[in-house]
Design a protein around this ligand. Sequence first.
Ligand code: FAD
Length: 503
Amino acid sequence: MRVCVVEPELRPGGYLAGFKRKKFLFDSAIHWLNQCGPGGFVHKVFGHIGLDHPVAPPLQRIRRMKCGDMDYLLTDQPDAMREALCKDFPGSAPGLHKLFDKARQIGDRMSRYSEFNRAFETRNLFGKAFAGMRLALWGLPFARIYKKTAVEGLTEFGLERELLDLWCSEIDILSVLVPLGWAYYGDYQAPPEGGSMAYPRWLVEKIEAAGSTVLLRHRVEEILVKDGLATGVRTHKDAVIEADYVLAACDLETVYEKMLPKGMVPDELLGKLRNADLYPSSVTVSLGLDCPASDLGFGQEMIFLSEPGHDRQAYSDGDPNIAGISVLAPTERDSTMAPEGKGTLTVYCSATMKQDWKLGPNNERTPEYKAAKKAFAEVLLKRVETELAPGLPDHVEIMDVATPVTHWRYTHNRGGSIMAAKPNKANMQAKVAHYRTVLPNMFLSGHWAEYGGGVPIAVKAAANASLLVMKAAKQPGFSELARVMDEPDVRGRYRPGTKAITG
Ligand SMILES: Cc1cc2nc3c(=O)[nH]c(=O)nc-3n(C[C@H](O)[C@H](O)[C@H](O)COP(=O)(O)OP(=O)(O)OC[C@H]3O[C@@H](n4cnc5c(N)ncnc54)[C@H](O)[C@@H]3O)c2cc1C
């Protein structure tokens, strides 16, 4: 089908677009990827588009967790971390074995989730019943634990009180188990060479090679509607693009409240969207260093830095003195991101747009805003210097600070949310994420159409939205893509050391 992608920025890709400062390249979002390795869902869908897709290499050293005096490394051999913990906390050893066994079981399920990515709406009645049954069986290991908080879960596994602090920022037990589970199945990848921007660049090439168009520097202002059908879009430069189908892959509230005619979307649904529980935004400090990051002690792994003793929620509420900080050295994974002999460092923590960012009355950036973001970054960097890298400031050549305001300005996600709606019960009951809209030929896509966010979810949403359009348009491409999405994965394909399949 002929497609026109409309994008307000000069560089397409939203959170994957990345940016360049002097000769340093930075990812604007990605810390690690899942499902992008062989057997993963993203790999499957991208392989359907072209075998020359960017390759996301597997990560061996995944996450170092440094909380107070505790310092442990999760690798693609999670048993090594379990043994290190058992040695330091012998009283918790039986509990740790139970915890890591459960994580392995959860990881096994997650590694098969790629078979369940087709949305129910894309299936016929029999397909829905069959898929529903399989999904229920798949979800059995989650049944007894998914409602438990991290404290409840870890205590029930039998971990000592002191050890609970290692996961001090996690709210629910699944947030502890799922990352360990991914590690068991080797489902962690680094961004492809050149950073996450390699994906949108490749996709644009494919779109244009297929005779379709990417229209840059045009922001959709209005979805045109006639006789109960979407007929196209109008951009802020007054360009009108007529279309048989419209897909909206951007902030949902903006689509429903600003782009569609007033009164078209029921107030009840608008109310539910306004009250949805969303992922927060972030402050991301990107540093260009005058030396390789390894000289300062950084490796391939992401480091999560926290201090015990705070309320769990406080770690993601945006106080730079308390926030859990993720520190990553992208050049230790991909040296092409910096000039030779230099390195990059990304320092990240959760933050919200509701904090006082000293904006002007119409959310414009003021000198006070610039000072506020610099002050915020300085607190984060001081903590990183003290805990991890003495002398860090002496090596900083350039620094870029992105706040929730930056995330919102560049992508228009509400509040600069990094991943849209959380996959929790309240959001699911309110049906916050969905594909079908009030117009039969308009669908949602991107991370707002699903729960949980991230690259795999955005790709899942894109594939399902494409299926819905092709189904409605009776296109043969429907069954081709559906077959690819339904393909069962060979278990264990994610295991470390598996080579990526490329053209
Ligand atoms: C700091 C940070 C860290 C993250 N870490 C990870 C990670 O480690 N791993 C992971 O998998 N995911 C991570 N994510 C999440 C991931 O980046 C997103 O979930 C994913 O990229 C969402 O893709 P999307 O295309 O749905 O939306 P977006 O990337 O938000 O793109 C939305 C697009 O819509 C465009 N748009 C907006 N308004 C309009 C309009 N009016 N007209 C036309 N176009 C419009 C925007 O310009 C943009 O291009 C992170 C995100 C952030 C911000």
